[in-house]
Design a protein around this ligand. Structure first.
Ligand SMILES: Nc1ncnc2c1ncn2[C@@H]1O[C@H](COP(=O)(O)OP(=O)(O)OP(=O)(O)O)[C@@H](O)[C@H]1O
Ligand SMILES: [Mg+2]
Length: 278
């Protein structure tokens, strides 16, 4: 099957006051239709830069070399006018800090409606309301959430709105940049579960960016580890966890709070026995 996304030898540079900085170096990976791929790595390792290049949203940076193919098409060769329709319809982004990208002065329904308008999706008035309501329901929100302003919603609800917008036009690829990192742990899990469900229903492939290896391990099929601009390790989650090749990956896994949990529990249990025995 042809890959939805094929990134080959991607190198990205930013112009900085002190010269050219290579933020992403020679990165290659591809995604099969419906596949879940996780991108982890420390802050500044080039995760966001990689997917912003794909969306052609780099600010102050450029693709220095390499290819970005979306459903077999070279992303950089698509005329800007047409590319506007590619965003959301073929590939959508839940940007880092997405909820703060919602317009604070427009009701949720209006913001989703604008998205439909921008992409030539026409509805009658009642039909539009129903379409937005059912979209919101797909991400676990009540249809009436469309009448709210962003500040009237919780963080988790706002993030669900952003997910709703990312699936509104049925893309074959979703790019989610730390979609849950601003939320508390319980809400994180719920929002991620929702993202997983809608992604599956849609049959879309997804690139999920995050720091949290544990959360990631439950969600993705394959994982890639970025370190200082390079993709230093990539493979099925199970394999990467069972035998990490790169020092940084090993460190990420070992730093998981749950990693040593069984031993820690045993130790605590023993401690309790000793305490009782003593
Ligand atoms: N507009 C820019 N101009 C110059 N340098 C930039 C710019 N945007 C990002 N960088 C640099 O590129 C590198 C990669 O940044 P990027 O945002 O892709 O990292 P990240 O892996 O997404 O990190 P985080 O986990 O913190 O979101 C960093 O060193 C960053 O400082
Ligand atoms: Mg980032």
């Amino acid at each position: 099957m042809n890959p939805v996304l094929d990134i080959r030898n991607l190198t990205i540079e930013y112009d900085t006051p002190t010269g050219v900085f290579t933020a992403v170096r020679n990165v290659s990976f591809s995604l099969a239709p419906g596949e879940r791929f996780g991108l982890v790595g420390e802050s500044g390792s080039g995760k966001s830069t990689t997917i912003l290049a794909l969306m052609r949203m780099l600010r102050g940076g450029r693709v220095a070399s390499g290819d970005l193919l979306l459903n077999g098409r070279d992303v950089s060769a698509i005329p800007e006018r047409e590319f506007r329709t590619v965003r959301f319809a073929q590939m959508s982004l839940v940007p880092q800090g997405a909820m703060s990208s919602l317009n604070p002065v427009l009701r949720i329904g209006r913001q989703i409606g604008d998205l439909f308008d921008d992409h030539g999706v026409r509805h009658g008035r009642d039909e539009r309301r129903r379409a937005i309501g059912s979209l919101l329901q797909r991400v676990g929100l009540p249809p009436e959430a469309q009448d709210r302003f962003p500040h009237e919603l919780s963080g988790g609800m706002k993030q669900r709105v952003c997910i709703a917008m990312s699936i509104a036009l049925g893309p074959s690829l979703i790019l989610a940049d730390e979609p849950t990192s601003a939320l508390d742990v319980m809400v994180q899990k719920q929002v991620l579960a929702t993202l997983g469900r809608v992604q599956k229903d849609l049959g879309a492939a997804i690139v999920l960016i995050g720091h949290d290896m544990a959360l990631m391990a439950h969600f993705v099929d394959r994982i890639g580890v970025m370190y200082r601009g390079e993709l230093v390790e990539m493979g099925p989650v199970r394999e990467v966890f069972a035998s990490p090749k790169h020092d940084y990956t090993r460190m990420l896994i070992e730093s998981l709070p749950s990693f040593d949990a069984p031993r820690a529990l045993r130790r605590a249990a023993q401690g309790a026995t000793f305490a009782r025995g003593g």
